[in-house]
Design a protein around this ligand. Structure first.
Ligand SMILES: Cc1cc2nc3c(=O)[nH]c(=O)nc-3n(C[C@H](O)[C@H](O)[C@H](O)COP(=O)(O)OP(=O)(O)OC[C@H]3O[C@@H](n4cnc5c(N)ncnc54)[C@H](O)[C@@H]3O)c2cc1C
Length: 458
């Protein structure tokens, strides 16, 4: 196939930019959040609308090229080689209907923009931890966020999507139209189509009692053990997580954190400050506090609770889900990550699931991992020299030690780099995985959209 000769034809059919590797803007356009990832598609298309997406998919079918899609690049764990890469950044429309509480959002929009726009109306989206993550990428994997226990999974709030299928046709996916595709896109993630727009229902929420309590290295064990015990009977509408941060001694890191190992205990309660204070009291008393950054928080600040980084950098991550955890689990965890241990991870994070995470929508959805008790994610940054062997080996050792607590099921948004087809399949319950394969076959009969562990390598 002589693609360059056909590029003029593609350019004449789409109104957005069509870029080749020789174009100056190409490298910037295809760059990912993880800067060790270097995508090299044959062509990058920046669609201006759904029609452009349809044209690009038809072009790919004609030339037998795979089609992939990138919004913010937060999900990029491996470099894409060849094919058509759609960049959704110009699909940036965002409108809110106050009466119905429905936000209509283009596929290039990040959560931060939705949070800010919704807050103007005293509303909030149920999102993930970071405002920089893309709306569509998170929703199609489910989306476990800082309000997971009180409000459930982000994709529970999806009311409809506009999707370009593997034949290049634009269709609607709602509870009434193509309900199988709607079911699949709520958690089934890739290989189903290119989403150009979503409609989500916002919730009435103006303030939270939320933020983080920080404990110094010598109190990590006491705080962690106390928190774990507390989670066993935690209130249904309080969402918490803990993260051990090993902050490097870099100048750009704020002084209170620079060069320190700290435990951050995040807390989010969507109710009054008085009740929030009462509910948080046992956690404040777990161990001596280093910093108390927990209080009334306008919902516009919900994405600050987790303190996720906003700038692209080299990053490595691996996530699993855990069943219920106990003091024996903590013994193993502290042996590998506790005070005085030289661990290579920048962050090790446990998020408490249960409650809202377990409640599926009445019509059902493809979200994987609803039944798990906790997420457990290891993150390494910014030294790429550790990514090939040191971090994977340390993660393997730790995972072997906590094996009895690891759930056989994971979730596609938190799994990190997919290692093989078994790892991909583990992101859903077996019956959901089978049903997803059938929906993919129906909406992408020729397999135009690669997915799973092959997605990056192909
Ligand atoms: C700092 C950080 C914080 C995170 N926090 C959370 C969290 O709290 N909860 C959680 O559940 N996950 C979280 N994630 C994981 C995140 O939800 C996934 O990586 C998600 O895929 C990112 O979507 P994106 O559009 O930003 O990234 P991209 O890399 O642009 O996209 C990732 C994938 O999403 C799919 N996708 C994106 N756009 C489209 C589209 N238009 N049509 C069809 N498919 C599309 C594709 O499969 C694509 O490969 C986090 C990730 C990072 C890096």
């Amino acid at each position: 196939v002589n693609i360059p000769l056909s590029i003029d034809e593609l350019r004449s059919r789409v109104s957005g930019a069509v870029l080749l590797p020789s174009d100056e803007a190409f490298a910037d356009t295809v760059s990912a959040f993880n800067t060790t990832v270097r995508h090299s598609p044959d062509v990058a298309v920046v669609p201006s609308d759904t029609t452009d997406v349809s044209e690009a998919v038809r072009f790919a079918i004609t030339h037998n090229l795979p089609v992939r899609v990138q919004s913010t690049g937060h999900g990029a764990t491996g470099s894409i080689d060849g094919g058509v890469l759609l960049i959704t950044r110009d699909l940036d429309s965002l409108s809110i209907d106050r009466a119905s509480r429905i936000a209509t959002i283009g596929a290039g929009v990040r959560w931060g923009a939705v949070i800010a726009a919704a807050a103007e109306f005293g509303l909030a989206p149920i999102a993930g931890a970071s405002g920089n993550v893309g709306v569509v990428g998170l929703l199609t994997g489910g989306g476990f966020g800082p309000l997971i226990r009180s409000h459930g999974v982000a994709s529970d709030y999806l009311r409809g999507l506009t999707v370009v299928t593997g034949t290049g046709d634009a269709v609607e996916a709602t509870a009434e139209q193509n309900p199988d595709l709607f079911w699949a896109l709520r958690g089934g993630k890739a290989g189903l189509g290119i989403v150009t727009e979503v409609r989500i229902e916002l919730v009435e929420l103006a303030t939270l009692y939320a933020g983080s309590l920080f404990f110094e290295e010598q109190h990590i064990e006491q705080a962690l053990r106390g928190w774990t015990e507390w989670t066993a009977s935690a209130p249904d509408d309080v969402s918490t997580s803990v993260a051990i941060f090993r902050f490097p001694p870099f100048d750009f890191i704020p002084a209170p954190f620079r060069g320190r190992t700290l435990l951050s205990l995040r807390f989010a309660y969507p109710g009054s400050t008085a009740e929030g204070e009462r509910l948080a009291a046992p956690l404040r008393g777990l161990a001596p506090l280093y910093l108390d950054a927990l209080g009334e928080l306008p919902v516009s600040q919900v994405a600050t609770i987790h303190n996720d980084p906003s700038d692209p950098s080299p990053v490595w991550d691996r996530g699993v889900l855990l069943n219920d955890i106990d003091q024996d689990f903590l013994g193993e965890l502290l042996h590998h990550l506790g005070s005085g241990v030289e661990a290579p991870f920048l962050v090790a994070e446990l998020r408490h699931l249960g409650s809202g995470a377990r409640r599926d929508v009445p019509e059902g959805s493809a979200v994987g991992g609803r039944s798990a008790g906790f997420t457990f994610v290891l993150i390494g940054a910014p030294n790429p020299a550790l990514f090939e062997t040191v971090l994977p080996a340390a993660a393997d050792r730790l995972h072997d030690a906590i094996g009895p607590w690891i759930s056989p099921e994971t979730n596609v948004n938190i799994a990190g780099k997919l290692r093989d087809s078994a790892h991909f399949a583990s992101a859903w319950p077996a019956d959901t995985f089978e049903r997803l394969a059938a929906v993919r076959k129906r909406y992408d009969p020729q397999g135009v959209f690669p997915h799973g562990p092959v997605a990056a390598e192909r």
